[in-house]
Design a protein around this ligand. Structure first.
Ligand code: AHR
Length: 678
C-alpha cells in the first residue's frame, strides 16, 4: 500500500469510528434520556503486574445453622417429621405431633410407651386396631405423617421407607404415600409378616415409586387387621439426593452455586441452647440414624431428629468443596454455664468431636466414623469455641482450657474466639475472632469502612454473621442486599485482616420462619434466593483472586466500588463491582491502567446488574425472579470506558483479557485511549 492509499484508509477508519461512536452515544441517549454522559466519578484501577494483593482463599463462605428448619424439613431430605415419636422427650406420654390417626377413635387407639429396642430413644408408638377386615374402612386404619408441612412426592421418583415394627400377631400393613387428605394414593406397598417374625422388633423396608406428583403428600401406615402393632423409627427418604448423601438436591445446588470456601456449622444459638440441657451435643447425633435420640432446640423452638448430625455436616462440607468450621458448645448456654473448674467433660467432648472427624479409623472416635462408612478422615482445620458468649462469667476461663487442650492435641487447628478483636486486642490467644453484625441498611452501607482502621496485628477477623435486618430488610429486600454488597466490598478491600465472611441465616422454610430475612427461601417443593443471596453470587470468584488497587474519585458518597483479577480455565479476567446506593443514575468512568495496550486487549466481556423498580422489592414464590441479576454482553469494554450505574443497583463488569491482536492505530499521534459508554 502506498502512502496516499494508507492515508485514505486511515481517514476512512477515523471517520467510521467517529460516526460509530456518535451513533452509540446517540442510541444511549435515546435509551436513557436523562443520563448525563459526563462521568460524575472515576474509578482508577491499577491492573499492572504485581500491583495487587492476594485475597485469602477462604474469604467468602456460608454459615449453616439449624434455624428456620434449615436442616430438619429443609436440606436434610428426610420426609418424616418426629420419626421416633420422641418429640415430647423420653417420658410418656410423649409428643407424637405431627403424626395423627387414620380412622376414628372407635377403630384405632394410639399411645406412646417406652418399649423401643433403642436404648437412647425408648419411646415407641403402640397402635391398637379395634376393627377387622369387615369393620374397618376400606383403606384401613392407622397413622399418617404429613412430614414438614407436606411431603414433596414427585412422579416417577422412588422413596425408601424404613421402619421398625413389632406385634403380638401377624401383620398386614400398607405403607402408602397419599395426597394430604389420604384420598389419592401416589404409591403403596405391603409389609406382611407372621407373628413369629414380628414378635420382636424387626426392621422392614419398602421402596415406593410415585405414580403422580403432590407437593403436600403424606405417609400412611394402615391395616385392616385387628390387634396391637408397635412402630418406631419410621423414615421416608427420596432415593434421589445429592450424591446419595441425603441432601435435598435443589437446596444443595443453590448453596453450592455460592461457591463457598468454608462452611460454619451447626449454629449459632442452636449450639448454645437456651439451656445447656437442650444444646446441640454432637455425640447424640452420630451412629445409625435409628439410634439417635434427637433433641428439642429450645432457641429456635423445634424438634430435630438429628438425621443431619455431626457426620453429615462434614459430608456436606466435603461435597460442596468448603472447609468445615465446627462451632461447639463451650459449656455456656443463654441461661446457664458450667464453671471452669468443671469444664473438662466439655473439653473432652470437643477433642472427641475433632477425633471423630479427623482421627484415623482405628482411633476411638474415628472408628465410629469408619463404622458409618467413612474410613478416611474428613478435613478439619478450624473450630470455634462457643457462640456469642464473650463476656459471660466463665467464658474466658473455659476458653483458655479449650484452647490449650486443642492446640496441644492438634497444633495445626485454627481456633476462633467469639470476642470481638476489631476494636481492642483480645485478652486471650486466638487465630481468629468472630464478628457479627445485624443492623439497618444505612449503617451497614457506611460500615464499608469498618475494618479500614482495625489493627493489622493479632488474630484475623471472621465475619461469620452479617445481614441487614429490621424494616429495611423486610423478608429480603433489594435495599438490604445493596448495603450488604457495599459491606462485602469493604471486607474484600480489607481482606488482609478479614479472612472469612458469611451471611446469616442461610435458609428459611416459610412454614416456620424464626428469623428474617434469610438468603434462601423454600417450602417442600419450591425455593428462591432473596436479593441478599444474589449479592453473594457476585463474590463467588473473589476468594483466592487478586485485589487490584482501585480509587474512586469524584462525588461518590453513595457509591462503593472495587476491582479484582482472577483466572478461570486459563483465562484472565478483571471484575469491577460497584454499588450505587443512591436514587440517581450515575455515570462512572472506569480507567484501567497497567495493561500493556500492545499485548493485552479487553474483549468478550459481560456486565451483570442487580436492581429493581422499587428499592424495597423482594422475591417471592409467585415472583422468584423479580430481583435477580441480569447479564448482558459488555461489547464496548475497554481500558477506558464509562459505565452507567442505575439507581439502587449493584453491578459487575467482567473484562476478559485476551492475548494481543494487533490494534489498528487511529491516529499517528494518538497515545490516548478511546472512551466508550456502556
Ligand atoms: O443468625 C441467627 C442468630 O443470630 C445466630 O444463631 C446467632 O449467632 C445470632 O444471634
Amino acid at each position: 500500500m502506498d502512502m496516499e492509499s494508507w492515508k485514505l484508509l486511515r481517514s476512512v477508519c477515523v471517520l467510521s469510528f467517529l460516526l460509530g461512536s456518535c451513533f452509540v452515544y446517540q442510541s444511549l441517549r435515546v435509551v436513557d434520556a436523562q443520563e448525563d454522559p459526563k462521568p460524575a466519578v472515576t474509578l482508577q484501577v491499577d491492573a499492572s503486574n504485581g500491583g495487587g494483593r492476594p485475597i485469602p482463599e477462604t474469604l467468602f463462605g456460608i454459615f449453616f445453622e439449624e434455624i428456620n428448619h434449615a436442616g430438619a424439613g429443609g436440606l436434610w431430605a428426610e420426609l418424616v417429621s418426629n420419626r421416633g415419636f420422641e418429640a415430647g422427650g423420653q417420658n410418656t406420654p410423649s409428643n407424637i405431633w405431627p403424626w395423627s390417626i387414620v380412622g376414628d377413635h372407635s377403630s384405632i387407639y394410639v399411645a406412646t410407651d417406652r418399649s423401643s429396642c433403642f436404648e437412647r430413644n425408648k419411646i415407641a408408638l403402640r397402635m391398637d386396631v379395634l376393627c377387622d377386615s369387615k369393620g374397618c374402612p376400606s383403606g384401613g386404619v392407622g397413622v399418617y405423617n404429613p412430614g414438614y408441612w407436606g411431603m414433596n412426592i414427585e412422579e416417577g421418583k422412588k422413596y425408601k421407607v424404613a421402619l421398625y415394627v413389632r406385634s403380638t400377631g401377624d401383620i398386614d400393613l400398607s405403607v402408602s404415600l397419599t395426597s394430604s387428605n389420604g384420598s389419592r394414593t401416589l404409591a403403596s406397598e405391603k409389609i406382611i409378616a407372621s407373628a413369629s417374625d414380628v414378635s420382636k422388633w424387626i426392621k422392614k423396608e419398602v421402596l415406593l415409586e410415585a405414580k403422580a406428583t403432590d407437593p403436600s403428600a403424606r405417609l400412611q401406615l394402615t391395616t385392616t387387621k385387628k390387634g396391637s402393632i408397635w412402630i418406631d423409627q419410621v423414615s421416608a427418604m427420596p432415593v434421589d439426593t445429592h450424591k446419595g448423601h441425603g441432601f435435598r438436591n435443589d437446596l444443595f445446588q443453590m448453596m453450592a452455586d455460592i461457591k463457598p470456601r468454608f462452611i460454619r456449622f451447626p449454629g449459632g444459638c442452636f449450639v448454645e441452647g437456651e439451656w445447656l440441657s437442650n444444646a446441640f451435643r454432637w455425640k447424640e447425633t452420630v451412629g445409625p440414624w435409628e439410634e439417635r435420640p434427637g433433641h428439642f432446640g429450645d432457641v429456635w423452638k423445634y424438634w430435630t431428629d438429628d438425621g443431619l448430625g455431626h457426620f453429615e455436616f462434614f459430608q456436606m462440607a466435603e461435597d460442596i468443596g468448603a472447609a468445615p468450621i465446627w462451632v461447639f458448645n463451650n459449656g455456656i448456654s443463654h441461661n446457664d454455664e458450667v464453671e471452669t473448674a468443671s469444664i473438662m467433660p466439655f473439653v473432652q467432648e470437643a477433642l472427641d468431636g475433632i477425633e471423630f472427624a479427623r482421627g484415623d479409623a482405628n482411633s476411638t472416635w474415628g472408628s465410629v466414623r469408619a463404622k458409618m462408612g467413612r474410613q478416611e478422615p474428613f478435613e478439619l482445620k478450624y473450630v470455634a469455641i462457643g457462640n456469642e458468649d464473650c463476656g459471660k462469667t466463665y467464658y474466658r476461663g473455659n476458653y483458655i482450657v479449650f484452647y490449650d487442650a486443642i492446640k496441644k492435641a492438634y497444633p495445626d487447628i485454627k481456633i476462633i474466639s467469639n470476642c470481638d478483636g476489631s476494636s481492642q486486642p483480645l485478652d486471650h490467644p486466638a487465630d481468629y475472632y468472630d464478628y457479627h453484625i445485624y443492623t439497618s441498611a444505612s449503617n451497614l452501607f457506611s460500615m464499608y469502612h469498618q475494618f479500614d482502621r482495625t489493627s493489622r496485628k493479632g488474630p484475623k477477623a471472621f465475619v461469620s454473621e452479617y445481614a441487614v435486618t429490621g424494616k429495611d430488610a423486610g423478608t429480603g429486600s433489594l435495599l438490604a442486599s445493596l448495603a450488604e454488597a457495599a459491606f462485602l466490598i469493604g471486607l474484600e478491600k480489607n481482606s488482609d485482616i478479614v479472612e472469612m465472611a458469611s451471611y446469616a441465616p442461610l435458609f428459611v422454610n416459610t412454614n416456620d420462619r424464626r428469623w428474617n430475612p434469610d438468603a434462601i427461601v423454600f417450602n417442600s417443593s419450591h425455593l428462591y434466593g432473596t436479593p441478599s443471596y444474589w449479592v453473594q453470587r457476585f463474590f463467588a470468584e473473589s476468594s483466592g483472586a487478586t485485589l487490584l488497587t482501585s480509587t474512586l474519585k469524584g462525588n461518590s458518597t453513595s457509591l462503593v466500588a472495587s476491582a479484582i483479577s482472577w483466572k478461570n480455565n486459563g483465562k484472565d479476567y478483571i471484575r469491577i463491582k460497584a454499588v450505587n446506593f443512591g436514587a440517581n443514575s450515575v455515570n462512572m468512568q472506569v480507567l484501567v491502567t497497567g495493561l500493556d495496550p500492545n499485548v493485552m486487549r479487553v474483549s468478550g466481556s459481560k456486565k451483570t446488574v442487580l436492581t429493581s423498580t422499587n428499592v424495597m422489592d423482594e422475591n417471592s414464590f409467585s415472583q422468584p425472579e423479580k430481583v435477580v441479576p441480569h447479564e448482558s454482553l459488555l461489547e464496548l469494554a475497554e481500558e477506558d470506558m464509562t459505565v452507567v450505574l442505575p439507581p439502587h443497583s449493584f453491578s459487575s463488569f467482567d473484562l476478559l483479557k485476551e492475548s494481543a491482536k494487533i490494534r489498528m492505530p487511529i491516529s499517528d499521534s494518538s497515545s490516548h485511549q478511546k472512551t466508550t459508554t456502556v
